[in-house]
Design a protein around this ligand. Structure first.
Ligand SMILES: [Fe+2]
Ligand SMILES: [Fe+2]
Length: 232
């Protein structure tokens, strides 16, 4: 049933915004409750997956072109997006598996185990420089595990979840998932009041999940447009 529903254009556009813009503007600016209100959680997750594929391909292209600076930029984009995406799923989506699906606990545990493997690759990759001969092989090894995980989520886990949820419940999960964008740093203004709690991706990935859950619960559920005007 979920396959017939479309992605809100504004949300899709937000996920396609180039890396340079996304580092300047906090992503939650694009993913407010307004822009995500009609998006099913499976479509939101798939959009993130497509963005990760895009970032990976940009790294490969820049590597072929011998452009270290562009590789570095997309490496940063890829690293933060993957860390944030994984934590967003662990905070919002996997608990929904456990709550709504009879075999949800096993599904969530299996997915968390796959995330652990991917995060180990990511911890290595994110400190590498493009001139390291292991730079591309490390990304390839990461993607071997991540690609398998993405395929499983999209073909098995998310269809099961959508079947168990009403549309409005799925859309509410999307709004919660969008709030995890707070975990991406607003680098241009480190002292901005909406600064995320972690300044490095390693700090974010190493944070205990219960601590992140407590922090996440304290994020605003919705930002009014007039509050966003001060965000550069
Ligand atoms: Fe995942
Ligand atoms: Fe995912």
């Amino acid at each position: 049933m979920f396959a017939t529903k479309t992605i809100a254009p504004a949300f899709k556009q937000a996920c396609r915004t180039p890396a340079t813009v996304r580092f300047t503007y906090p992503t939650h600016r694009f993913l407010s409750a307004t822009t995500t209100s009609k998006v099913l959680i499976s479509d939101a997750i798939k959009n993130d997956h497509r963005s990760l594929e895009e970032a990976r391909d940009k790294i490969y292209d820049a590597n072929k072109a011998g452009d270290a600076d562009t590789q570095r930029r997309w490496q940063n984009q890829f690293t933060w997006e993957l860390a944030r995406h994984s934590i967003g799923e662990e905070l919002v989506v996997y608990p929904a598996f456990e709550k709504h699906l009879p075999d949800g606990k096993e599904m969530a545990e299996s997915d968390r185990g796959e995330h652990r493997k991917v995060k180990e690759h990511l911890a290595k990759f994110q400190v590498m420089t493009p001139d390291d001969k292991e730079f591309i092989p490390t990304l390839e090894a990461l993607w071997t595990d991540l690609g398998h995980h993405i395929q499983e989520e999209e073909s098995e886990d998310l269809p099961k979840l959508e079947q168990a949820l009403k549309d409005e419940d799925s859309q509410a999960l999307t709004d919660s998932f969008a709030r995890t964008k707070h975990f991406i740093p607003t680098r241009s203004h480190p002292s901005a009041p909406d600064r995320p709690p972690y300044e490095t991706v390693m700090g974010l990935m190493a944070a205990p999940m219960d601590k992140l859950r407590d922090l996440f619960a304290k994020f605003p559920r919705e930002k009014r447009n007039d509050q966003l005007k001060d965000v550069p």
